[in-house]
Design a protein around this ligand. Structure first.
Ligand code: URA
Length: 230
């Protein structure tokens, strides 16, 4: 997008080329309207749009859109699937059982909310906590891309298959790719297990999902320390 067309969300500018100005106020109305890079300048603006958004059917069940928590200048972004019941009620990501486990996992390698911004592929709760459809993930992807652009994290953790597919288009099972760094567009991505999967597999034995997660978060801590030394 040409810089003269950059959008100031709450004061759209007309294009100097004579083409109709992109109207950011229309974004929440239809998934056919693209979310251009540079549309938003704050998470608050994204929150306002997501709370009125009708881009996909998840809008119908929404109590609160769930945008994110943690520092908006964190070096790590963690992307989950979508809000559950507690997240929908509170407007905060990962506050239920999965979230409590996630916080413990991050704390175990001294990762604080200053260092990790937590969000999801879709901002509204899928009914019955089902997996979001590809269409729902695509309708919401512009919001996530804007979050990535704003936070500008060095590391992105993809918790579970929906995040892996939604952000990198990788359809392989998480068990195969977890723990492997994927470098793309100057960022380091790591697929990791979803905490809900760890709740269903509580063993800590060597080779178990929990044990593997412990290896993965230690690798994340090491990578962050290395990146911060540069
Ligand atoms: N699971 C997710 O993927 N995200 C949340 O915010 C909560 C549970």
């Amino acid at each position: 997008m040409a810089s003269e067309q950059q959008i100031d969300l709450f004061g759209a500018v007309a294009s100097e080329t004579g083409t109709p100005a992109f109207d950011p106020e229309l974004i929440p109305t239809s998934a056919a309207i693209p979310i251009l890079p540079g549309t938003y300048t704050s998470m608050e603006q994204i929150k306002v749009h997501c709370n009125t958004c009708q881009r996909c059917p998840l809008a119908a069940g929404r109590t609160n859109a769930v945008i994110g928590r943690g520092s908006t200048s964190a070096p790590i972004m963690l992307v989950g699937e979508g809000p559950g019941q507690y997240e929908d009620e509170s407007g905060q990501p990962f506050v239920g059982k999965s979230g409590q486990l996630l916080d413990k996992i991050l704390e175990s390698v001294r990762l604080t909310s200053d260092e990790v911004f937590i969000c999801n592929v879709v901002k509204c709760r899928p009914p019955g906590n089902r997996t979001p459809t590809t269409q729902e993930a695509e309708a919401c992807s512009g919001y996530l891309q804007e979050q990535i652009r704003m936070v500008n994290p060095q590391i992105i953790l993809l918790t579970g298959a929906t995040a892996l597919k939604g952000l990198l288009g990788i359809k392989e099972g998480i068990t195969k790719v977890r723990g492997k760094w994927i470098e793309k567009d100057g960022r380091f991505y790591m697929p990791i297990f979803h905490p809900a999967y760890l709740l269903r597999n509580p063993s800590r034995e060597q080779g178990s999902p929990k044990w593997l997660m412990w290896q993965d978060v230690q690798a994340v801590r090491t990578k962050l320390d290395e990146l911060q030394q540069v």
